[in-house]
Design a binder for this molecule. Structure first.
Ligand code: BGC
Length: 826
């Protein structure tokens, strides 16, 4: 678990340009040449061995767990070195959308938006920005990327990862790791494995079959290993009965024996559960402290509970990666300075490239220069990133409102529409009156209020408390004797959301909604100034204030030519969503505004799939996820057509909460009695929709351009390197645009294993000018044409005639051909 960043405390390995290139050409995520040739990906060189021989047991143990950093960079983890032998300390920072320390860094778009560009080359550059910044900001290890598959639309970290499709996830993770490590920062792929939800993440026992694991979740991790990731982070959850961080099947059989990984495995934060079981299963490092791998491990070695060879193995793995990155002999290049301008340029490019236009009726977009009403709180307040350990301190963040104003000569107005932070409680409602809008309590003082709140009519009230202290020291507010803002259990206070949990002036925010009857209610507040003094506000949102906000938005919508309504959903690590609907009263706001002006574009700053019962009312919907520090400029560029929306969905969007792969069976999600069955098997994401014949709201791969494309002349042929699919793409519209044609492959008639109706075989991101045509070849790797045979514990090529489709999404298959896949030595 992460703590607030303020308290948390190369070789150049080279992601082989070859691995990146392979990924870019259609996901050749099979074994690296080194592993295929029986050679280790890395080896403990003589330097690491020599050091190991000179380390005392105490010193070895000190390398195997985290400790408090004497420095002040504020990253998540620290491992002291052994100065006597010139072994430097390691500083480990989150990830994944930039470098998370207490200083400013480039806040890149969320990884899901990066993946939406379907462009491994862009992922390489995204990785390079992080790699350089990590080193510039004093870090050695990046706790990222995250490659867990998007299995449930509710998972709180879907924005931190890439896709429901293992091929796309593999391509992006391999390329990003290449970029990070090219710059000399050690990458950590996480969370190994099956950490596909936040609900009960510390204890849930995920039950999944071997075929499901290998074909869906593990492929991305294997690609990361193939790309040379220095480290792997074990997940919190259990996998088939055993915690991931002490799971021999994962940590030794799969990671080491099957994939040839020679880097080190660390725990997720506080995810260790044992000493001997964990180190013998294959865990190398406990983070962020030494509860199990500190004195407990040392005693276990001294009293014969575990052989010192296990300690040596773990130390050797860590030292050999450090050696690969030049950290042991001073050969690592000097730490560079930050290049904030280059980081910002990549952040902008990624946000534009991943912008996904879901709907565009009657030419609603691009905007034509007429007046614009910007509606929604996140129109004025930039939505940069999600919450939890993914939050980066951005260099700057502009509001979409300002970016839109900067782009047009037309009149631009803003209406709140939906109030996030509340309005003052009218003075006469409080007896005795008190300054509820800014009450200061001096350090060491306490302040008490004992009065009444008078409510004019039965109504829904949302109380909004703003406070300057730590959540645990916030004021206590009792309404009719009951605590309005009780402290959430466990890590609930830490994982309380990103943007909406902080007021624009930096105060913490908590909300509580309840129905209040007309009349007088007792209100008691006690606040303590603590060491630093306390500032707090108590505000409210009621049905009446809400109606005024909506009415103002409707008025603005009526008088403007265009409406751009910014809708949000504030996801964070540690929590899953409980509904696919937009939170609060945003659905009603969208309906009211779109009824007033059909040229309404909804911009979604959301983490993952959203249900859209209001969709048909709108003119356009633009999915921007959490677009990073340049998100406002990128959004404006796409809205005005300076940039073609180049993103495609990396996950299927369900119609509602009842029609998606984990609906209707709590054993499948979120689990029953601590256990969860991945009973959908390999049918994750679009594979499930295809298998069940269920129509999603928007299919995997969907995304519109401002121009149109036609596909023709498909050919498919089997070659030594896989299936070669060639077709022609033509821009049939009148402007330059981005297309992402996708190749899907059907079942093998020869395999007696469960198979998906079709799987993504490859894709190509293209920029074509008006009228331009291009012949495109996409190679489908043998791995993508193979199934995991659990009986024989290996991949089996799906031979025989296989249907090949070329489409604009998994639901828009436009061309069809076939080819015979032959058994070959791959
Ligand atoms: C998260 C990891 C993160 C770690 C350190 C954990 O809670 O699951 O993704 O790297 O904290 O901040």
């Amino acid at each position: 678990m992460p703590e607030p960043v303020s308290r948390r405390s190369t070789l150049r390995l080279v992601a082989s340009a070859a691995a990146v290139a392979a990924a870019a050409t259609g996901g050749l995520t099979s074994l690296t040449p080194a592993v295929a040739a029986g050679r280790p990906v890395t080896g403990a060189g003589p330097r690491a061995e020599r050091l190991l021989a000179r380390l005392t047991l105490d010193e070895k143990i000190s390398l195997l767990h985290g400790a408090t950093d004497p420095g002040t960079l504020g990253q998540a983890g620290y491992v002291p070195g052994v100065p006597r032998l010139g072994i430097p300390p390691l500083r480990l920072a989150d990830g994944p959308a930039g470098v998370r320390v207490t200083r400013h860094a480039t806040a890149l778009p969320a990884p899901v938006l990066l993946a939406a560009a379907f462009d491994p080359e862009l992922a390489l550059r995204y990785g390079r920005v992080i790699g350089r910044e990590g080193r510039a900001l004093g870090q050695d290890v990046l706790l990222s990327p995250m490659v867990n598959v998007i299995r449930t639309p509710y998972a709180g970290r879907n924005f931190e990862t890439f896709s429901e499709d293992p091929l796309l996830a593999s391509d992006i993770v391999a390329a990003e790791i290449g970029g990070i490590q090219d710059e000399g920062l050690i990458a950590t792929v996480k969370h190994f494995a099956l950490n596909n939800q936040e609900k009960d993440r510390n204890s849930i026992d995920v039950r999944a079959g071997e075929q499901t694991m290998h074909e869906i979740e593990l492929r991305g991790f294997e690609a990361a290993v193939t790309a040379g990731t220095g480290a792997v982070m074990g997940a919190y959850n259990k996998v088939n009965g055993t915690f991931a961080c002490e799971n021999r099947t994962l940590l030794t059989d799969v990671l080491r024996d099957q994939w040839g990984f020679e880097g080190w495995v660390m725990t997720d934060w506080y995810a260790a559960h044992s000493t001997v079981a964990a180190i013998t299963a294959g865990l190398d490092m406990e983070m962020p402290d030494g509860t199990y791998f500190g004195t407990a491990l040392e005693s276990a070695v001294r009293n014969g509970g575990v052989a010192e060879a296990y300690v040596d193995r773990a130390v050797r793995r860590i030292l050999s990666v450090m050696d690969r990155f030049g950290l042991l002999d001073g050969s690592a290049p000097p730490r560079p300075g930050r290049d904030a301008a280059a980081g910002a340029a990549v952040a902008l490019e990624v946000a534009k490239a991943g912008a996904t236009l879901l709907r565009n009726e009657h030419g609603t977009l691009p905007l034509d220069g007429g007046s614009v009403a910007v509606v929604g709180p996140t129109g004025a307040l930039p939505f940069v990133s999600g919450g939890g350990s993914a939050h980066v301190v951005p260099d700057h963040a502009d509001s979409p409102l300002d970016a839109i104003r900067a782009r047009t000569r037309g009149t631009v107005t803003h209406a709140l529409g939906e109030d996030l932070f509340g309005k003052a409680i009218p003075g006469p409602a409080l007896t005795p009156a008190f300054e509820s809008e800014g009450r200061r309590v001096a350090a060491g003082q306490t302040w008490e209020y004992d009065g009444t709140l008078t409510v004019a009519e039965d109504d829904e009230w949302t109380f909004v408390l703003h406070f300057s202290s730590a959540p645990t020291a916030r004021p206590t507010v009792l309404l009719d004797g009951a605590e309005l803002f009780p402290l959430a259990a466990g890590y609930g206070e830490y994982f309380s959301g990103g943007l909406v949990a902080t007021a624009p002036d930096g105060l913490g925010v908590r909300r509580r909604t309840l129905r209040l009857a007309k009349g007088t209610h007792t209100l008691k507040i006690s606040a303590a100034g603590g060491d630093a003094g306390l500032l707090f506000r108590l505000r409210r949102i009621t049905g009446a204030t809400r109606a005024l906000d909506v009415a103002e938005a409707v008025r603005a919508a009526r008088t403007a030519r265009h409406v751009v309504l910014f809708a949000y959903e504030d996801a964070t690590e540690g929590l899953d969503r409980t509904s696919l609907a937009l939170p609060g009263h945003q659905e009603q706001l969208i309906r009211a505004v779109a009824a007033a002006n059909p040229r309404t574009t909804v911009v979604l700053n959301t983490s993952s799939a959203t249900s859209m019962p209001w969709l048909a009312d709108t003119g356009a919907v633009l999915q921007m996820y959490y677009p990073g520090q340049e998100g406002a400029a990128a959004t404006a560029a796409v809205l005005f057509g300076d940039s073609d929306p180049g993103g495609r969905l990396t996950q299927s969007f369900p119609v509602d909460d009842d029609h998606h792969p984990v609906a209707g069976d709590p054993r499948r999600y979120p689990g029953v009695d601590g256990t969860e069955e991945y009973s959908e098997g390999i049918h994750v994401g679009y594979r499930w929709y295809d298998a069940r014949g269920v129509r999603p709201l928007f299919p995997f791969g969907h995304g519109l351009s401002y121009t149109s494309f036609a596909y023709s002349d498909p050919r498919a042929r089997w070659t030594r390197d896989g299936l070669e699919v060639t077709f022609t793409v033509r821009n049939t519209g009148r402007r330059t645009g981005v297309d992402v044609p996708q190749v899907y492959v059907g079942r093998s008639p020869d395999l007696r294993l469960d198979q998906a109706v079709r799987v993504l075989g490859g894709y190509r991101r293209l920029v074509l000018s008006a009228g331009e045509r291009r012949r495109v070849t996409v190679r489908v790797a043998p791995r993508t044409l193979s199934s995991w045979d659990a009986g024989r514990h290996r991949w089996t090529l799906g031979t025989g005639r296989r249907t090949v489709w070329v489409g604009a999404s998994s639901g828009d298959l436009r061309l069809r051909t076939s080819a015979r896949v032959a058994a070959a030595r791959h």
